[in-house]
Design a protein around this ligand. Structure first.
Ligand code: URP
Ligand code: ZN
Ligand code: ZN
Length: 422
C-alpha cells in the first residue's frame, strides 16, 4: 500500500446495512470502501476515527427530488447547489431528480440540459426521464437511453393544465416499450377525470382556503389511477413504481397489483388538519395531505414491507412564494423536506425501537436496487462507494430554524425531534 493513498479507518462503530447490524471497522481508501471487518489493522498512515457508540449507515438515497423546477409562474426554492448542500448535511449522499421535457425537445436533449444544471451538486445525482408528451419519436429513444443507463421513465396521469398529462392508453404504449427493454415506469398516480370533476365544483369562486385543494383532489383519484396502472402492469409486464403514495386504499390496490410503492415524510407526519392552520397554504402539495387513517396505514406499510422506498418529493417554496390570499388553485404545489427527512425518520425509529436495517432498506438500499445503483450505493461493503453517514444515536434535538442554515426555503417539520449525522 503506497503512502500516497488516502486511507480513513472508522473504528468500532455499528454498521447498519439492509440485512444486518454489526459492530465492525470500516476502511476507506479515497472514494471507495475497501474493507469491512472487526478489529482490522489499518495502514500506518491511515486517519483513524473512533466511532465507538456511533451508528454507521450507507448514504441515504432520495429517489424523488425537484431541484429548481418551474411551477405556476415561479420556481422551486432550491437549485442543485443549495438542495444537495442541505441534503448532504442530513445524510443524503445521492439524489435522483427528473428531467424536464420542453416543447420540441427530445428526451436525450432534456437529459443533457438537467445534467448540466446538476454539475454544481454536492451529492451524487441521477435522473429519471420525464415523458410528458406522447410522440412516437420519444418512444423510439427509450431503448438507447436504457442502454446508456437511464432506466426509469416518469409519466403523469394528471396535470393536464400544465401540459404533462398522458392518457392510460398512451401510458400503456410507453410501458410496453419500457418493459421490452428492461426499464422501469414511474407514475404520478391521480386520475385526471376525477380531479376535473371535483375541481369543477369549486372552480372560479376565488376560494382561498387551502382545504379546497384537498377537496378538489380526492383520495379516489389515487385509487382509480392505481387500479388502471395495475391493469397496465398486468398487460405489459412493465415494472411500475408509484411515486408519493398517500392513501390506504391506494396502498392496498398497489400491493394487490404488484406495483412498487414510494411514500414521503409529509404523508407520514401530517394529515389534512394542517390545512386549517394559519400556514396551511404552505402544505398545499399534490397529491394533498390525507386523513389520520391514511397516515396510520402508511406507517404500518413501512414496517410490514408494503412500502418499498421513502422519497421526499423535495419541491420547496419560500413563504413569499405562497402569499396569503392566493386562491387554492394559484398556490404553487410542493414542499421541501430533503434537509430534514432522514434526521426525523431516524428519531422516530429510535424512539419506537424499530429495527434500523428496515430504515436503511426504505431510505437507501431499496432505491439503490430498484434504480440500478446497487451495490455501488445502498450498502456498506468492500467495493462500494464510500458514502457513509455517522450518527450518535443519543444526540436527539428538536428541529429549529437554525438547523436549516442560510436557505430561505420554508420547512414544515420544525418542532419535531431529529437525530443529525455528524
Ligand atoms: O406538489 C408537488 N408534489 N409538487 C412537485 C411535483 C409533483 O407532482 O411531484
Ligand atoms: Zn408528483
Ligand atoms: Zn414529485
Amino acid at each position: 500500500m503506497s503512502t500516497s493513498q488516502n486511507y480513513l479507518c472508522l473504528k468500532n462503530g455499528t454498521v447498519i446495512n439492509a440485512d444486518s447490524e454489526q459492530q465492525t471497522d470500516v476502511l476507506i481508501q479515497g472514494r471507495k470502501i475497501v474493507q469491512v471487518e472487526p478489529n482490522l489493522t489499518p495502514p500506518s498512515h491511515a486517519r483513524v476515527v473512533d466511532c465507538t457508540g456511533k451508528l454507521i449507515f450507507p448514504g441515504m438515497i432520495d429517489p424523488h427530488t425537484h431541484m429548481g423546477i418551474p411551477i405556476k409562474n415561479g420556481w422551486s426554492a432550491d437549485d442543485f447547489e443549495s438542495g444537495t448542500r442541505a441534503a448532504l448535511k442530513a445524510g443524503v449522499t445521492t439524489i435522483l431528480d427528473f428531467t424536464i421535457l420542453e416543447p420540441g425537445q427530445s428526451l436525450s436533449e432534456s437529459i443533457v440540459v438537467r445534467r448540466k444544471l446538476a454539475e454544481k451538486s454536492h451529492t451524487s445525482v441521477g435522473f429519471h426521464c420525464n415523458i410528458t408528451r406522447f410522440e412516437k419519436s420519444l418512444l423510439d429513444e427509450i431503448p438507447e437511453l436504457i442502454k446508456q443507463g437511464i432506466m426509469s421513465f416518469k409519466v403523469f396521469t394528471t396535470y393536464e393544465e400544465a401540459g404533462m398529462y398522458l392518457t392510460y392508453k398512451q401510458i400503456k404504449k410507453v410501458a410496453r416499450v419500457i418493459a421490452k427493454h428492461g426499464g422501469l415506469l414511474m407514475v404520478h398516480a391521480e386520475d385526471n377525470d376525477i380531479i376535473k370533476a371535483a375541481t369543477a365544483k369549486y372552480a372560479g369562486r376565488n376560494l382561498i382556503e387551502p382545504r379546497y385543494h384537498a377537496l378538489a383532489r380526492p383520495p379516489e383519484a389515487e385509487l382509480v389511477a392505481i387500479q388502471k396502472l395495475g391493469e397496465i402492469h398486468r398487460q405489459t409486464g412493465c415494472p411500475i413504481y408509484i411515486v408519493h403514495l398517500n392513501t390506504v386504499s391506494g396502498l392496498n390496490a398497489a400491493k394487490a397489483a404488484g406495483l412498487l410503492v414510494e411514500t414521503c415524510p409529509q404523508y407520514l407526519f401530517f394529515n389534512d388538519s394542517v390545512y386549517e392552520q394559519p400556514d396551511g397554504r404552505m402544505y398545499v402539495i399534490s397529491p394533498p395531505l390525507r386523513k389520520s387513517e391514511d397516515q396510520k396505514a402508511l406507517w404500518a406499510g413501512l414496517l410490514n414491507g408494503q412500502i418499498n422506498t421513502i422519497g421526499t418529493d423535495h419541491c420547496p417554496f419560500r413563504l413569499s412564494d405562497k402569499p396569503d390570499g392566493l386562491s387554492y388553485e394559484q398556490i404553487p404545489n410542493g414542499m421541501g423536506g430533503i434537509e430534514t427527512a432522514f434526521p426525523i425518520m431516524l428519531a422516530e425509529w429510535l424512539k419506537a425501537k424499530w429495527p434500523l436495517p428496515r430504515l436503511v432498506q426504505l431510505m437507501s438500499t431499496h432505491a439503490a436496487r430498484i434504480f440500478g445503483l446497487y451495490p455501488q450505493k445502498g450498502v456498506i461493503q468492500a467495493g462500494s462507494d464510500a458514502d457513509v453517514v455517522i450518527v450518535d444515536p443519543n444526540l436527539k434535538e428538536v428541529l429549529t430554524p437554525d438547523d436549516l442554515g442560510d436557505r430561505d426555503a420554508w420547512n414544515g417539520y420544525l418542532g419535531l425531534e431529529a437525530v443529525w449525522p455528524g
